[in-house]
Every structure is written in structure tokens, then in C-alpha cells.
Design a protein around this ligand. Structure first.
Ligand code: HEC
Ligand code: HEC
Length: 382
């Protein structure tokens, strides 16, 4: 499983090169010069493509067959496992299901529990492994990650300086507690230094026995967070348990994006910048803001309920400065499923018909629809 995850992290891959078992030699050696090695007798497929197809048949198809096929083979609109021309091709062609540029964002991996079951971490790791091989086969390079320095945690408060990313003065802090066979992190927050920070997908890497073990479930994969100067914000739910790692192992954190709050690239760092935040903050302000402030602000807004704010932070919803609206929009956007906006968490939570246990439901379908229309008017312009 470690090997799996190593391959989706370009920087870790380089550092850990010496430790990688020879069996992975093909995929690793060719990821640098994608696509020009042909496996002897491989039927015309490049070595990478043959490896991807083999991984699909060996690892992915059994999971699909066992847990997903009953609904996804034939039901209209969700038949992404249809055998036409074959399951793998259908899956690769299905919009959003497999994202070769940012494998961890593939909806196949991020869907989670729905009418169907969630994937287990082991299943996710196997599927991620396959997607990485497909990416290597098409020559798609994953976006470059940026990484903090390594920190040896001590029980209690720990702080990782983001200066290594060019974000001088911003820090990521957490409480660390050793477990018998793992590590428990809580109160995971980011505090913005001068210029604030915008981070996407913080990925914790535990250096268990000196070997990098990226979080096998990439639990903060959907995080897209803006923290203004002087502010502190939880990362997701703020906790993470890492099992089967040596307690006290070094920790580093990768980010898909780490930049200043306004989206400018940090001068001193090597920050790779890819999207993130909102593209159309004015549309958010004109279409969605009022509806959110009115129906959700009392719990999710400034001075609301901690639980609600941790789940979906709308504390900047009433702050009409450009910075405030950018921050509010970026936070709310983390609850939007861009590939399938109707099924966004932001809409499922208050929908009286969704069956979720959210404490607030619109009293009638009509009122919910009015709310939904305003949100979608913004999402469509994002
Ligand atoms: C009992 C039926 C059922 C099973 C089993 C099931 N699903 Fe689903 N799945 C659905 C339904 C219904 C939808 C459409 C509504 C929704 O998105 O929740 C869906 C939607 C999805 C989507 C979004 C597809 C799109 O692009 O619109 C993904 C991804 C997904 N399922 C993954 C899985 C995976 C992975 C498994 C196996 C681990 C699985 N599902 C098992 C019923 C099921
Ligand atoms: C009465 C207080 C209250 C109101 C009003 C409220 N929420 Fe929440 N919300 C909460 C609490 C508490 C949680 C965290 C616990 C939970 O998920 O049930 C939460 C969680 C959420 C989540 C995360 C759920 C998840 O499964 O990840 C979303 C999304 C959300 N709310 C959206 C909304 C939207 C949109 C509105 C306005 C239409 C709204 N909430 C109004 C209290 C509220």
C-alpha cells in the first residue's frame, strides 16, 4: 500500500527512490519519460498501459464486481461499470469518475457512502494505485506538490512552520498523542501569517521508520481553505488517527496548493499553483450569499455553533469586503460537488427530502427549491 501512495506523490517518490522494491521498477522508471518503453510480447501496449490494465483486472475489477456492480452495471445514468466495450474503458470515459490529473479527486474515490457502500482504505489505495498507472500510461503528470519540513512530534502542541513553502509566519499546528500502534492528531489548524494562506488538499505524510507513508485515505483531499492573516481555522474536522505507524515518527505535510490568501504565489517558495478558491466571487455574493446568510448564518456564521462552523465555515458570510467574500466563497465551495452540484453536501444537508440528520431542514420543498436555485445560480457561474 505504501508503494501505491509513493507513486502518486512526485516528491516523495524522488526521495524514497532507493527504498522502492525492484518490482515497481517499470512504472517508476518510466514515469519520468512517459510512454516510450514497450514490454516484450505486450501485444502493442506500452509497459505502462499493460501495467495499468493488469492492475485493473487484478485489483480494481474484483472490488467493482463485489461491491458496486449490482447498481452501476445497468441503472440508467449511473452505469459506469457497463461492459461496453469493457468495464475499464467505460470507467475511464465517465466524466469525473477517474481524474488522471488529480487522481485523489476522482469521484470514484471521493463518493463515499451513498446508496452504495464507501470504499475501505485498502480498496481506495488499490484503486488509486490503478489510476496512477493509467495516468503514467497517458503521460499525464500529476500537479506538483509542495511539502513542509519534517517535524518530530512531541506529545502536546506541535507547530509546523510554513516558511518552507514561502508562507513566512503561517503555521500548521496540532496536538499530538501517541497511541499503542499509531498516532493521534487533534486540533489540526492553520494560522495565517502576513498575507494569509490558501491551501488545497493537505496530505499528511508519516515517516514511519524513516519511510514516507502518505495518509492512505488522503482524508483532507477535499479541503480548499483560505485563512486570513491573524485568523486560525480547522483543517476539515481537525482530527486524524494514523494507524500502523511507529508512534513519534516524523510528520511532514504536502499541499496540492499552498499560496497567499489572495491567490498570489509565495516569493520564497516553490509553490505550484493550480486553481482553488472561487473563480467568481461576485456571483457568489450576488446569487448565494443572501440565502446562506439568512438560512444558515445563525449556526454556521460568526458567533454560531462550533460544530456547525467546523462542518461548514460561513463565518465570513456577513463580511462584505472582497477578502471576506473570497474567504466565505472558498469555504462554502468545499461543500459543493462540482461534478454533480445537485448532490452537493450544501444542498443535501438542509433538503427535507434527503434523509440526512442535519439539524436544520427547510420546512417545505418549495422553500428548499428556492434556496437551491440561488445556490445553483452561483455554482453554474463558478
Ligand atoms: C445499492 C445501489 C448502489 C451500490 C451498491 C453502489 N452505488 Fe454508487 N450510486 C448509486 C446511486 C443510486 C447513485 C446516484 C445517486 C448518487 O449520486 O448518490 C450512485 C452514484 C455513484 C457515483 C456518482 C456517479 C456519477 O458520476 O453520477 C459514484 C462515483 C458511485 N456511485 C460510486 C460507487 C462505488 C465506488 C460503489 C461500490 C463501492 C457503488 N457506487 C455502489 C447506487 C449504488
Ligand atoms: C440550527 C443550526 C443549523 C442551521 C440553521 C444550519 N446548520 Fe448546517 N450544520 C449544523 C450543525 C450542528 C452541523 C454539524 C453536525 C451535523 O453535520 O449534523 C451542520 C453541518 C452542516 C454541513 C456538513 C454536513 C456534512 O455531512 O458534512 C453542511 C453542508 C451544512 N451544515 C449546511 C447547511 C446549510 C446549507 C444551511 C442553511 C440552509 C445550514 N447548514 C443551516 C447546524 C445548522
Amino acid at each position: 500500500m505504501l508503494d501505491t501512495l509513493l507513486r502518486h506523490l512526485p516528491m516523495v517518490r524522488l526521495r524514497a527512490g532507493a527504498a522502492i522494491p525492484a518490482v515497481l521498477g517499470v512504472a517508476l522508471a518510466t514515469s519520468a519519460c512517459a510512454g516510450d518503453i514497450t514490454m516484450p510480447g505486450g501485444g502493442g501496449d506500452s509497459a505502462e498501459l499493460a501495467a495499468a490494465k493488469a492492475a485493473f483486472t487484478r485489483d480494481v475489477q474484483p472490488i467493482m464486481d463485489g461491491y458496486c456492480l449490482s447498481c452501476h452495471a445497468a441503472q440508467v445514468n449511473i452505469d459506469f461499470l457497463k461492459n461496453l466495450p469493457d468495464m475499464r474503458s467505460t470507467m475511464l470515459a465517465w466524466e469525473g469518475l477517474v481524474n488522471l490529473e488529480a487522481p485523489t479527486t476522482s469521484s470514484l474515490l471521493t463518493k463515499g457512502a451513498h446508496s452504495g457502500p464507501a470504499l475501505t482504505p485498502d480498496q481506495s489505495a488499490l484503486i488509486l494505485d490503478w489510476i496512477d498507472l493509467e495516468a503514467a500510461a497517458t503521460g499525464v503528470e500529476p500537479a506538483e506538490a509542495v511539502e513542509t519540513d519534517r517535524l518530530t512530534p512531541t506529545p502536546g502542541v506541535n507547530s509546523i512552520d510554513l516558511t518552507a513553502l514561502g508562507l513566512t509566519g503561517s503555521t500548521l499546528t496540532f496536538l499530538y498523542e501517541p497511541l499503542a500502534t499509531g498516532m493521534y492528531l487533534s486540533d489540526i489548524t492553520i494560522t495565517g501569517g502576513p498575507g494569509g494562506v490558501h491551501v488545497v488538499n493537505p496530505l499528511f505524510v508519516i515517516w514511519s521508520e524513516g519511510q514516507p507513508a502518505p495518509d492512505p485515505i488522503n482524508r483532507f483531499g477535499n479541503i480548499d481553505l483560505v485563512v486570513l492573516e491573524g485568523a486560525t481555522s480547522y483543517i476539515g474536522g481537525g482530527t486524524a488517527v494514523f494507524v500502523d505507524v511507529v508512534p513519534g515518527s516524523d510528520i511532514s505535510v504536502h499541499f496540492r496548493v499552498a499560496e497567499f490568501a489572495d491567490g498570489t504565489e509565495p516569493g520564497g517558495g516553490d509553490g505550484g499553483v493550480v486553481g482553488g478558491g472561487c473563480n467568481n466571487v461576485p456571483a457568489f455574493t450576488s446569487s448565494a450569499r443572501a440565502a446562506l446568510a439568512q438560512s444558515c448564518g445563525n449556526c454556521h456564521g460568526a458567533g454560531g455553533m462550533t460544530d456547525a462552523i467546523n462542518a461548514t465555515d460561513m463565518t465570513k458570510i456577513a463580511d462584505l469586503t472582497a477578502e471576506g467574500q473570497a474567504a466565505a466563497c472558498a469555504q462554502v465551495k468545499t461543500r459543493i460537488n462540482e461534478l454533480d452540484p445537485i448532490n452537493s453536501g450544501l444542498l443535501l444537508a438542509p433538503d427535507p427530502a434527503s434523509g440526512t440528520g442535519h439539524p436544520f431542514k427547510f420546512p417545505s420543498a418549495g422553500e428548499f427549491q428556492a434556496f437551491r436555485d440561488q445556490i445553483l445560480a452561483w455554482v453554474n457561474q463558478e
